[in-house]
Design a protein. Structure first.
Length: 164
């Protein structure tokens, strides 16, 4: 899923993680999310000249996900996702998706809303992999939009307070 963030966000991303996967994936995923958020915040610097806000609605087959981000400096995460199968593959607990966004949002100091608008065809069981993958793609595209340079904001921070 980190590949989705890099590819669809347009970010150069190299991650090397060591963890305790023999116990479970929780701390490895959490620590990676925290580190990614901290690196993101550092890369943004003072946020001069960026758009600040980003929004994306991403379809992936039967799934539709919306992500909205504000690079406000105020961490807050809202995550709406239907009940999913407990695991994708042998390692990824689906319950971690919310925790990944919360960890990333806190350490990146961003406001992030991720909403699964449609998870399956009516009467069908959601494909957990599609639901999660679409979330990563939507967040990546929203971040990509938010970090873009805004020519109308050249040399200024996009805030009435002058600081983010």
């Amino acid at each position: 899923m980190l590949g989705q963030i890099a590819k669809h966000g347009g970010f150069d991303l190299t991650v090397s993680t060591e963890g305790d996967l023999e116990v479970d994936a929780h701390h490895t995923m959490e620590d990676t999310s925290l580190a990614l958020g901290a690196a993101f915040a550092e890369a943004l610097g003072d946020k001069v000249g960026i758009r600040r806000y980003g929004n994306a609605v991403i379809p992936l087959d039967e799934v539709l996900v919306q992500a909205a981000v504000d690079l406000s400096g105020r961490p807050y995460v809202v995550h709406d996702e239907p009940a999913l199968a407990p695991y994708v593959g042998p390692i990824y607990p689906t319950s971690m998706t919310r925790h990944i966004w919360e960890s990333f949002g806190q350490s990146a100091r961003v406001t992030l809303h991720v909403s699964v608008l449609r998870a399956a065809r009516p009467g069908s069981t959601p494909d957990a992999h599609h639901v999660i993958e679409a979330q990563f793609k939507a967040v990546a595209r929203a971040l990509r939009e938010a970090v873009c340079h805004d020519p109308r904001s050249a040399g200024i921070v996009p805030s009435t307070k002058g600081v983010l």
